[in-house]
Design a protein. Structure first.
Length: 185
């Protein structure tokens, strides 16, 4: 039985909460900030990718995240291909209306989430399409492993499983998603 009437809604809410929780584990506990960071970084990334590649990346995102990815998208008005500093400055400007957030840390955080949850081949294509300086913001495998080890170290032993294993486990289970009263609003 679905908590929201449709299994697809339950799955996208669960996946989105997982992504937001991963952002919160790196940037702080405020899910509003996490949502804003995810939105801004995805928009800035999308606007630097060639149209077919942007569409292929969007197709691999959870439904709710895909909605924010395409929000306010104007294909005819793509960003110029600024380097690393320009990319960071644009993200920082968009995040300036929130509590202080380190833009570079926010970018690396979202790029890490994409690396963990989107296919390796797609991530490789996205990285290859970015200017060299922006590509350097993408975390290396070693950096992701270290971040994952730190994340797992802060969790209870019963919950301490690698992200990939958790994702596979969730896909195999047919358990309904149970939302708190605040999440149902």
């Amino acid at each position: 039985m679905s908590a929201n009437g449709l299994d697809v809604f339950d799955r996208t809410l669960e996946a989105t909460h997982i992504w937001l929780n991963e952002i919160c584990s790196e940037l702080g506990p405020d899910k509003h900030i996490a949502w804003r960071v995810l939105s801004v970084v995805l928009h800035k990334l999308r606007d630097r990718l060639p149209m077919p590649l942007a569409a292929h990346l969007g197709a691999q995102l959870p439904l709710l995240v895909r909605g924010v990815y395409y929000d306010q998208f104007e294909p005819g008005r793509l960003s110029e291909r600024k380097g690393r500093d320009g990319f960071i400055a644009e993200v920082a400007e968009e995040l300036s209306g929130t509590r202080p957030v380190n833009a570079e840390q926010a970018i690396r955080c979202v790029f890490g989430i994409l690396t963990r949850h989107v296919s390796e081949g797609q991530i490789r294509k996205v990285c290859d399409a970015l200017p060299h300086g922006v590509r350097q913001l993408w975390p290396t495998i070693e950096e992701l492993r270290l971040a994952e080890a730190n994340y797992l170290g802060r969790r209870k032993p019963a919950e301490a499983r690698p992200f990939k294993e958790q994702r596979e486990d969730r896909q195999e289970r047919e358990e309904p998603l149970v939302l708190t009263e605040a999440q149902q609003v």
